[in-house]
Design a protein around this ligand. Structure first.
Ligand code: HAM
Length: 415
């Protein structure tokens, strides 16, 4: 038998309502913040990612799904930001809609070693605000991530915040870090020894405990920030406090993608184990220009849907509470039920029936398995009285109502 690729998942009908709930909540919240959906392709020219994410990043070095095609190489997108910036520039949004607030939902691909919460095909819900450098947008974006997680019933998450500063500040940060780590080079793990020259900032968030011990003494603080970046960061912190968002300043937070400038943040959740980041984001004020667009600021984030589903308190029972299950008892009742089924569905009521003529007990079991909110029973007695028996599956209370009142009564009780 041919099996699915390691690190990918079939999302089965059992789980799909939770996924749809996350998607529905996302679209609703994004609309409150006036973000519009964008759907770039899943496959892009690999050079887009090489240029955006940085040649020395882990994603580019070892996690890309590559598809050679004639003299080109395509890549399945490992993240959304680069594609959205490309789409913004290629479709001249800088001329028609210079400040674009965009959101996206969809699969991303990284050839990682699979483990709990880490897949090779996973899903992002994310957004990018392109065309504004004001700190109020950093605040809006972090506030939006917070609102989304609360709406997903994800509790007790922690927003870690830092600023990398502008490219000059970052250069200074790298040099001062190299100076501080020079004498400790031999004690770094082999991966961090390679990072020392290529990507020294990543040593700060190495998961290796001995590297963590070493960098503990390399407090970077915000001394590398120029006045403008320090003022920007102060405004972000102040704005977050004003709207009641709790955050933890985390000097060692550097993020694994090269495009970040200024504000960076990561949101972690303790229930997730080793892969505890439920989402992350930040500013990338140079990326639009680097990819051929104008020099404009941008900021965004992405949350991992699989990780949201591991942390959410929303259950199927919370969502699937609108199904009405119709049970016919006998042939005449079956005809009436099929009529009623069609009518209720046309009226916008989610309905299902027992098509197979099960016993009352068997049909009730089926209704339970489908998480029905109400069961309607029609037998000879009900047919004669032109009524239906309605059972509330939560309270187990049962009563009879007139068939002609059935639609309105159900709408009232489901609301
Ligand atoms: P990222 O930190 O690479 O950022 O990914 C964001 C989130 O996606 C992570 O925090 C995690 O929840 C989830 N995630 C990442 N890799 C995996 C995986 N292999 N399996 C399951 N979930 C995963 C970005 O991708 C940036 N584009 C975020 C951004 C948007 N920055 C600015 N705008």
């Amino acid at each position: 038998m041919i099996k699915r690729i390691t690190g990918t998942k079939d999302i089965l009908p059992d789980e799909i309502r939770l996924w749809q709930e996350i998607e529905t909540i996302s679209r609703r919240i994004f609309s409150y913040y006036n973000y519009q959906e964008i759907r770039p392709p899943l496959v892009e020219d690999v050079s887009l990612f090489n240029r955006s994410l940085g040649e020395t990043t882990e994603i580019i070095q070892k996690q890309m799904f590559l598809i050679p095609h004639q003299d080109q190489t395509y890549a399945l997108r490992p993240e959304g930001t680069a594609s959205i910036v490309r789409a913004y520039i290629e479709n001249n949004l800088d001329k028609t809609n210079a400040f674009s607030k965009l959101y996206y939902l969809g699969p991303m691909f990284r050839l990682e070693r699979p483990q709990k919460g880490r897949l090779r095909q996973f899903h992002h819900v994310g957004c990018e605000a392109i065309g504004c450098a004001d700190p109020s947008i950093d605040v809006e974006i972090i506030g939006l991530a917070d609102t989304l997680l609360n709406a997903f019933a994800v509790n007790d998450f922690c927003i870690k915040l830092n600023s990398l500063g502008c490219p000059e500040d970052r250069k200074e940060l790298k040099t001062s870090l190299q100076k501080k780590l020079k004498d400790k080079y031999n004690h770094l793990c082999p991966e961090c020894q390679a990072r020392f020259n290529n990507n020294v900032l990543r040593i700060l968030d190495c998961k290796n405990t001995s590297c963590q011990e070493i960098v503990k003494d390399c407090a970077v603080g915000s001394s590398h920030l120029c006045d403008a970046c320090q003022n920007h960061f102060n405004a972000v912190k102040e704005g977050l406090r004003r709207i009641g968002i709790t955050f933890t300043l985390t000097e060692h937070l550097v993020r694994g993608l090269d495009y970040y400038t200024g504000t960076v943040f990561e949101i972690s959740h303790s229930s997730l184990g080793a892969q505890d980041a439920i989402g992350a984001g930040g500013r990338y004020d140079t990326l639009v220009q680097e990819l051929g667009g104008p020099s404009i600021g941008a900021v965004g984030f992405a949350l991992g849907i699989e990780r949201i589903l591991l942390a959410t308190k929303i259950t199927l029972q919370d969502i699937a509470k609108d199904l009405v299950y119709l049970i016919p008892l006998g042939t005449n009742a079956k005809e009436k039920v099929l009529e009623l089924l069609h009518h209720l569905r046309k009226e916008g009521i989610r309905t299902e029936t027992d098509y197979e003529g099960k016993s009352l007990k068997g049909a009730m079991r089926a209704a339970n398995e489908q998480n029905a909110r109400f069961v309607l029973i029609i037998g000879d007695d009900e047919l004669q009285k032109e009524s239906v028996t309605i059972k509330d599956m939560q309270s187990s209370i049962q009563d009879q109502i007139k068939l002609s009142d059935c639609t309105e009564e159900l709408k009232k009780r489901i609301a």
